[in-house]
Design a protein around this ligand. Structure first.
Ligand SMILES: NC(=O)c1ccc[n+]([C@@H]2O[C@H](COP(=O)([O-])OP(=O)(O)OC[C@H]3O[C@@H](n4cnc5c(N)ncnc54)[C@H](O)[C@@H]3O)[C@@H](O)[C@H]2O)c1
Length: 363
């Protein structure tokens, strides 16, 4: 059980991952405070019905120094999950929320000399960009993002620029080179540098968790970026053919939100995690087409693949993680791809209004 005298701040605690984390912390007996601005596109300005009872909610913005000052009073641990993620071209918002907001947190802590025990910050697999590949003739390579011309020709795979041979994708390792290729990814890399640099300089134990693609109940119906699972479920429940990007053979890493929560609880209590970065993924690459087939199977609809081909510029061909570093600390993900899909579909079915959002999003 947690220490009832300890107060935990969860920024972004009204969001998808945040609400699960808040639930788990309350169950462990901690006092939990949430800072969240209930922003679009995740929210409509109101707390979601599944926001955990028992948590103290403070509406505020991580870009406002006064809001940080207000919420940090008496706090022991901070889970910093508030973030802006999408594919919209309002580039500066990624940096104002994800980077500037994080720097303000450390500014207020150092100015006020607050005795914070640890900060655990949410980063993302997007910092790896296209990641690491193996070329049988040239060894390890970090290829650039595929350009638009290549994608328009429907040439999806990553090939060696010298001999055009197919390269083999390798799992992303915490020590890999980082080449983010989206404003979101670059802003998360900035967040990581801020957290680890200021954490070490001012001796504030700080940890980075790089999540892969997180799945589970509470994923906002409205949020386009909440990814392939939401889109495939929307298509399946609305009786549409399932459309995916590229040829569906690209690899992704889907981790269940409950496994992500146990990773947070573990690093919070482990001194070995201080000033470290950990991947939080499933440890299993999954082809996108297999996710689509699993959705059809769990939703009891025939799997029909749409004929149109889409792609999203800036999206890596493959992205999956090595999770041995966190495993060494004692963490082991417990949920399968089927669990992810079943738990999400079961949850969506409790909210008939989800179909309306799905319908609008697909349009
Ligand atoms: N869901 C994933 O697959 C995934 C993958 C990698 C990283 N992440 C990171 O995990 C964190 C949580 O993501 P999520 O999936 O729960 O998203 P989410 O959108 O459901 O939750 C984010 C929360 O942050 C709040 N927020 C946004 N801007 C804010 C601001 N300026 N001030 C205060 N609150 C603000 C939102 O209102 C929302 O409640 C984010 O930092 C995200 O970048 C998520």
């Amino acid at each position: 059980m947690g220490n009832k005298t300890e107060t935990i701040l969860v920024t972004g605690g009204a969001g998808f991952i945040g609400t699960h984390l808040v639930d788990a912390l309350l169950k462990k007996g901690y006092r939990v405070r949430v800072l969240d601005n209930l922003s679009l596109p995740t929210h409509d300005g109101n707390l979601p019905p599944w926001f955990p009872k028992g948590a103290e909610f403070i509406k505020g913005d991580v870009r406002m120094k006064d809001d940080w000052t207000r919420v940090l009073d008496g706090v022991d641990y901070i889970f910093h999950l508030a973030g802006y993620m999408d594919t919209h071209p309002d580039f500066s918002t990624y940096f104002s929320v994800n980077a500037f907001g994080t720097a303000l947190l450390y500014e207020v802590i150092t100015e006020k000399k607050l005795p914070i025990k640890k900060i655990i910050a949410a980063s993302s697999q997007s910092v790896y960009g296209e990641g690491k590949y193996y070329c049988s003739n040239h060894g390890i390579e970090y290829p650039l993002m595929r350009d638009k011309d290549q994608l328009e020709r429907g040439e999806w795979d990553i090939r060696c620029i010298i001999d055009n041979s197919l390269k083999r994708p390798l799992p992303e390792d915490e020590d890999d080179e980082l080449h983010p290729s989206t404003p979101y990814g670059v802003s998360k890399l900035a967040l990581e540098k801020i957290v680890l640099t200021l954490g070490e300089q001012y001796n504030i134990p700080s940890v980075i968790l790089r999540y892969s693609i997180v799945h589970g109940p509470h994923q906002s119906f409205r949020h386009y970026y909440s990814g392939a699972l939401r889109q495939f479920v929307a298509m399946a429940l609305l009786g549409k053919d399932i459309a995916f990007h590229e040829d569906g053979m690209q690899l992704r890493d889907f981790v269940h939100v409950r496994d992500v929560v146990t990773a947070h609880l573990l690093v919070m209590r482990s001194d070995q995690s201080d000033f470290q970065t950990f991947n939080v993924g499933s440890g299993e690459p999954t082809k996108i087409i297999d996710l689509a087939k699993t959705v059809a199977e769990v939703a009891h609809v025939p799997f029909q693949q749409a004929t149109q081909t889409y792609f999203r510029f800036g999206s890596p061909r493959n992205a999956f993680m090595k999770i041995s570093k966190l495993r060494k600390l004692g963490w082991d993900p417990q949920h399968s791809l089927q669990d992810n899909v079943r738990d999400y579909i079961d949850w969506v079915k409790q909210y008939p209004e989800a179909k309306k959002y799905f319908h609008d999003a697909l349009k």
